[in-house]
Design a protein around this ligand. Structure first.
Ligand code: SF4
Ligand code: SF4
Length: 400
């Protein structure tokens, strides 16, 4: 790391190696059978052909009508997810830098960027170093491909202005800093658990956070410094370890960042830049010990994707590793993203003072953790129970 103070709580046990975005399940599910990309990928990974075709078949049912999902339900998914592609164009996430450069004290500039991000809607924002190991090695999911599976379903061609990397191109992001931002999801909607309403909320926060990331990146480029936004339709970096390095929280057993106030119920975006900024330290909230004792997400995961056992070493880091294939196949079965792990986590609670007090005890009084885990089961139940859909969705006629 770039600083001598506190260190992140993940454990580096070997040389870090960069992740190839082509290996993500979200890239693999877009591989059209017979396309040059699919043939290139599966000639290197013949063992994945069958499972990738299953993923592709299943995941494309998410947000689509059928099996109890009506066209009205599917429209909720499309309403929030589809427009995000417009924020993913290469000259929206990145772009022209102003010819004159504003010079400012890094501490002052950091305070200004944070205040702006909060004003625009971020629930938390911190600044860390950009570890080059967290930059994807190769492009796997650009928002548009000529003659290739685009972001379904409304964008079916290549915009004239498209200049982004193609599948398989190396990714280089030389920036020194990363501004990591967390956005809370509405817990009541997420607790509906794998329904069009949890999808609606997930898409709303993805879209809103993507907009704020592009706004912050545009602001910095207008100050004369390079900056690139990273959001769900155009990532160049792994946002979870970037956010951990910036001190937004810790990596939990469920694979999400656990934030001290928002728990796992959040979405992350970041902006990488060379604008000189003051770094925030990573944090130790006691999450590693808490997750060791808790396992609530693993016991409630319907697909068995969350490990109940020990951490494993992945590309040089010892951590809990979820099985993304199991998770995605379950989403396809539901036709919705599940998010049970995000809502069931004891850290995902409304921002009331009693919950904040309990979180403080969990962070600072390690012997209390087992009791708090037990108390969470007693008060909220050990098993996931879906919340009802929102009242507005139950109106059976539109009143003017
Ligand atoms: S989203 Fe659902 S299926 Fe996927 S890891 Fe979380 S609980 Fe398991
Ligand atoms: S549910 Fe428990 S084990 Fe899972 S991420 Fe949250 S605290 Fe960790």
């Amino acid at each position: 790391m770039n600083h001598d103070g506190p260190q992140p709580t993940y454990e580096i046990v070997d040389e870090l190696s960069r992740f190839d975005e082509r290996d993500t399940v979200f890239s693999r599910e877009r591989l059209e059978p017979g396309s040059p990309q699919e043939q290139a990928y599966h000639s290197l990974h013949p063992e994945l052909v069958e499972i990738d075709r299953r993923i592709a078949t299943f995941i494309r049912q998410v947000g689509q009508p059928g099996d109890g999902i009506t066209q009205e339900d599917a429209a909720l998914f499309n309403a929030t997810f589809d427009p995000i592609a417009g924020l993913a164009l290469p000259d929206v996430v990145d772009g022209e830098v102003a010819p004159t450069q504003v010079q400012a004290d890094p501490a002052r500039m950091s305070a200004r960027i944070k205040a702006l991000a909060r004003y625009l809607g971020a629930d938390d924002v911190r600044i860390g170093p950009l570890n080059p190991a967290w930059v994807y090695s190769h492009r796997g999911t650009p928002p548009f491909f000529a003659g290739y599976q685009p972001n379904p379903p409304h964008y079916s061609g290549l915009p004239k202005t498209y200049r982004d990397l193609q599948w398989g191109d190396p990714i280089e992001i030389p920036h020194r800093y990363a501004i990591a931002m967390a956005f809370a999801q509405d817990l009541n909607l997420i607790r509906t658990g794998g329904t069009p309403f949890s999808d609606l909320e997930i898409g709303r926060v993805y879209a809103f956070s993507a907009l704020v990331a592009t706004q912050i990146a545009t602001y910095i480029r207008s100050l004369g410094w390079p900056a690139r936004a990273h959001h769900m339709r155009n990532y160049g970096v792994l946002v979870v370890p970037v956010a951990v390095d910036a001190g937004l929280g810790e990596l939990g057993r469920c694979g999400y960042l656990i934030h001290p106030r928002l728990g796992a119920n959040l979405r992350l975006v970041c902006v990488t830049t060379d604008l000189p900024l003051q770094l925030d330290p990573p944090v130790d909230l006691g999450i590693q010990d808490f997750c060791n004792k808790c396992l609530k997400c693993a016991h409630n995961c319907p697909s068995g994707a969350i490990p109940k056992g020990d951490k494993v070493v992945v590309r040089g880091v010892r951590k809990w590793q979820i099985d993304p294939v199991k998770c995605l196949l379950y989403w396809g079965h539901l036709r919705s993203a599940c998010a049970i792990c995000q809502s069931i986590c004891p850290w995902s609670k409304p921002l009331t003072w009693p919950h904040r007090l309990v979180a403080q005890i969990a962070m600072h009084v390690p012997p209390a953790r087992r009791f708090l885990i037990w108390a969470d089961d007693v008060v909220y139940g050990a098993r996931f129970k879906p919340a009802p859909p929102p009242a507005w969705s139950r109106q059976d006629q539109i009143q003017i």
